[in-house]
Design a protein around this ligand. Structure first.
Ligand SMILES: [Ca+2]
Length: 667
């Protein structure tokens, strides 16, 4: 909305980095771009549409279409550097033509969201710095925060598992407390675990420091060109540090979205690879707890650990305060009113004919000039994944309901009451002492929840949420046809092969022996599947969440000729465990079976973002790069792919083969 307002007032408007503000079914090339940055007032943008992306192999969109990264990690590529380069390019392009024209830049690096990917030299700077463990680090951080005056001197630290553990709590129906949200005491860890966990924190610190340096590069350019003095800079972080790494941290977050816990034995050998292209990693909960000092819990929760974030505002020409601290309560929704206030701009009643809803936020500008002024905010409500809270005039009511727990029964939730003006770490629950106040706060929560569309409440597991069908551009069909030399098809819009039988059939011309490369690929080294030719043999690989490369290789040379059908057929025979399809994968040259092996398939998605389905290449990270012939992106050579059909009708192979043949031959 800000770029839509400012663009009309003569500003250049740019965005680089994470968008994640359009529905998943609009993150594709067949969709309207009305909710892309380019449709929401940004004249130029470069970044990614989803929640997160690999820092090494990002899924990039430039204005209105996907592009490949300009370099590979082997050549020193990293997304944060690329985004900063583009931000500088956008600014320079316009300043060269119209130096006086103002600009608005929304700079949202993928850092420091998962995956934690950082250049090795940055990680090494922090070697050994976290060996004291997360509880000890929390003490040190608390002392520094007090010294800096960031928190009241009497602030104490909450317990490391403030809302319980599987041993101490279970849900109203006996459902367990989610293991995902447990912090393991540092002194209960083995030496190897301590080593692994410390490294995960070093990687994160390197990632953050690298980002800081890139922000510095951006500001340095403004300073060098005498633009910084009259630039308003607002820096905020995302939600609190994240617990998505679980109690043990993760080397591959696709395990989390597939409902499979990380396990130490599998993760230890990857210690030296953490932060590199070989991992899709996240630190364990203990660090989320420590990085949120002095607060309770983390992202997903409505305790302060999930919602309280740093905000730094600088405007040398317009604000006298330098390096000072402000304690007024404010929320991210106050940023836009602040910017409009600073510019003296009234928010328009309509944008592109759409009547605008009223701002709930208020300007924070008054606080720059008056450190002692009372906050102009009265209340703020919160609800996420089953956790709920409300802040009102210095009081806060918050539930202890574990997120993603499936406990439901929200009426049975315990509400705690805190005076957060003085009790920043939410340690002194006043619910029993002040039942009147608590009742007032809970009632207020319901009013705000109704007004803000928070119902129905939802605490289903990550896997359940991800597997729930979402809108797609076209209804599900039995057969999907894909072409070479097109953009990757995002997983949300691609054929769904989860927990069912499927056939992948490629229609190809191979004039002479020696064709090789990818026919079909979907996913990455962290989970996916691919059909390819190598050493004159048809190969199929199903990479099960980055844990097992299940490969089937044809027993005969690939034939030559026109309109050949090379296919892989998965025949589901059962589920073990539930959601994980077990069955037989068979390879065919036309009607002739040339190989088979048992495989199992993932219950959830291959990726959180990017790494879409592609024909004739495997973009980004390879599903099984170690076994692929040739060089990234392992293009198909020595023949022509006409198209690839994926059939999920569940029909027996032979009938299907004839039908597919008829379909594919139709010219
Ligand atoms: Ca890929």
């Amino acid at each position: 909305m800000l770029p839509e307002i400012l663009g009309e007032l003569g500003w250049n408007t740019y965005m680089v980095g994470k968008w994640h503000l359009c529905p998943e079914d609009e993150m594709n090339l067949a969709s309207t771009r009305r909710n892309w940055p380019s449709g929401r007032g940004f004249e130029r943008w470069y970044g990614f549409l989803g929640a997160e992306t690999s820092q090494w192999y990002p899924e990039l969109v430039y204005d209105n279409h996907p592009v490949d990264p300009p370099a590979s990690p082997e050549n020193g590529y990293h997304l944060t550097v690329d985004l900063t380069d583009k931000a500088l390019e956008f600014i320079r392009d316009a300043k060269a033509v119209a130096p006086e024209k103002p600009f608005f830049l929304y700079y949202a690096p993928g850092a420091c969201h998962a995956p934690h990917h950082a250049p090795k030299e940055w990680i090494e700077k922090y070697k050994g710095r976290f060996d004291m463990g997360y509880e000890a680090m929390r003490e040190q951080t608390l002392a520094r925060q007090k010294e800096l005056g960031l928190i009241p001197k009497h602030t104490e630290l909450p317990p490391i598992n403030p809302i319980g553990t599987p041993e101490t709590r279970s849900g109203p129906d006996g459902k367990p407390f989610p293991m995902m949200d447990v912090t393991r005491p540092w002194d209960s860890l083995s030496d190897a675990e301590k080593q692994l966990f410390s490294r995960m924190a070093e990687v994160y610190a390197g990632f953050l420091a690298h980002t800081d340096a890139e922000i510095g590069r951006l500001l340095g350019f403004l300073e060098e060109n005498e633009m910084l003095e009259n630039t308003l800079v607002v820096l905020v972080s995302d939600n609190g540090a994240s617990g998505e790494g679980g109690p043990n941290g993760s080397v591959n977050e696709m395990k989390f979205i597939n409902g499979i816990p990380d396990n130490i034995e599998d993760n230890l050998p990857l210690l030296d690879d953490l932060g590199s292209t070989k991992t899709y990693n996240h630190y364990p909960n203990g660090w989320a707890m420590a990085f949120n000092t002095p607060f309770k819990m983390w992202k997903r929760y409505e305790f302060e650990g999930g919602t309280s974030d740093p905000c730094i505002i600088s405007w040398p020409a317009g604000m006298k305060a330098r390096g000072e601290i402000r304690d007024q309560y404010h929320h991210a929704i106050d940023v836009v009113p602040t910017i409009l206030d600073v510019l003296g701009v009234e928010a328009p009643a309509t944008i592109k004919g759409h009547v605008q809803s009223q701002f709930d936020g208020v300007s924070m500008r008054y606080s720059a000039d008056d450190a002692a002024a009372p906050t102009t905010r009265r209340s703020q409500f919160y609800a996420m994944l089953g956790s709920r809270a409300i802040w009102h005039d210095g009081w806060k009511a918050v539930t202890t309901h574990p997120t993603l727990s499936g406990w439901s029964h929200f009426n049975d939730d315990e509400w705690e009451l805190y005076n957060t003006d003085v009790d920043r770490s939410e340690l002194h629950n006043l619910a029993a002492e002040r039942p009147d106040k608590l009742r007032e706060m809970v009632n207020l929560w319901h009013v705000e929840a109704g007004a803000n569309g928070a119902f129905p409440l939802d605490d289903r597991s990550a896997l359940e949420i991800i597997l729930t069908p979402r809108p797609v551009l076209t209804p599900a069909r039995d057969r999907y046809v894909y072409f070479p030399d097109t953009a990757d098809v995002p997983e949300s819009q691609a054929v769904n092969v989860r927990n069912r039988s499927y056939v992948i059939g490629a229609l190809v011309d191979i004039p002479a022996a020696g064709a090789e490369g990818i026919l079909f690929a979907h996913g990455s080294r962290f989970g996916g599947h691919a059909l390819f030719i190598k050493d004159n043999r048809l190969h199929y690989v199903y990479n099960f969440i980055g844990m097992h490369q299940q490969m089937v290789v044809g027993s005969e040379d690939v034939p030559t000729g026109e309109n050949l059908i090379l296919s892989a057929a998965f025949d589901k025979t059962g589920e073990d465990p539930p959601g994980v399809a077990n069955g037989v994968l068979s390879l065919f040259h036309g009607d002739t079976k040339v190989g088979e092996a048992p495989i199992k398939t993932q219950p959830g998605k291959f990726v959180i973002g990017g790494e879409g389905l592609c024909i004739g290449r495997d973009s980004g990270s390879g599903v099984n790069a170690d076994e692929y012939p040739g060089q990234r992106p392992w293009r198909f050579t020595g023949g022509t792919i006409k198209r690839v059909a994926v059939d999920v009708s569940g029909e027996p192979y032979r009938d299907l083969e004839r039908e597919a043949e008829a379909m594919l031959m139709r010219e």
